[in-house]
Design a protein around this ligand. Structure first.
Ligand SMILES: [Zn+2]
Length: 201
């Protein structure tokens, strides 16, 4: 039996966890936005996540940004001033995080395709007789939606065009499948769970 290539980075991975200064939810460090106090005493977004000094973390979630704005918690935590440009910049940064989710998903789907684990189209999914995680284009037909309804599916907010691009096919791809027990499916699920908030924008 051909063994499926799985994403080994998922196993025993030690990723430092941090809490959002606003909602206190814990996430991988890389999944939060780091804010630091600049030498001038202002709060800045640490896009490199390497700036020296005391930092706080916030979820890439506009709700946490809004709460931070109202409560003044960031200025208080860092004992720093907030520039008028800071909030619009932070909001932009949060929105970019949502875009990055799509990039991550594309990369996982691309790897799955290369490994031969990606099932393209409902016929192929049907033929595999495996427990499948299906990924449905948001603009797919009613028939395909119905097909997906009887399976474990995940909505990735991707269009037929985007799914087709991922598969590298010219045909319009309305649905993709991944073996539910594969590393690829697990990775997709974990990406969407981590960032479900960033997605709803
Ligand atoms: Zn938060």
């Amino acid at each position: 039996m051909k063994s499926l290539k799985t994403d080994s980075r998922n196993k025993d991975r030690h990723v430092p966890q941090r809490s959002c200064a606003v909602c206190r939810a814990k996430s991988d460090k890389g999944d939060l936005i780091r804010l630091v106090k600049s030498p001038e005493g202002k709060i800045v977004i640490d896009t490199t996540k390497k700036l020296p000094g005391r930092g706080v973390y916030i979820c890439p979630d506009l709700e946490c940004v809004e709460r931070a704005k109202k409560s003044g918690i960031l200025a208080h935590a860092l004992k720093a001033e907030i520039d008028e440009n800071f909030w619009p910049e932070l909001e932009e940064h949060v929105k970019d995080f949502g875009v990055n989710v799509k990039l991550k998903i594309r990369s996982v789907l691309g790897l799955a395709r290369k490994a031969g684990a990606l099932m393209i189209g409902s016929e192929r999914i049907e033929a595999e007789h495996k427990k499948t995680l299906v990924i449905l284009a948001k603009d797919s037909s009613d028939g395909v939606k119905k097909f997906a309804a009887s399976r474990q599916s995940i909505s990735l907010d991707m269009t037929i065009k985007e799914l087709s691009d991922v598969t590298g096919l010219r045909d319009s791809v309305q649905i993709l499948g991944l073996p539910l027990n594969s590393g690829f499916a697990k990775k997709i699920i974990s990406i969407t769970e981590e960032r479900s908030n960033a997605f709803e924008r």
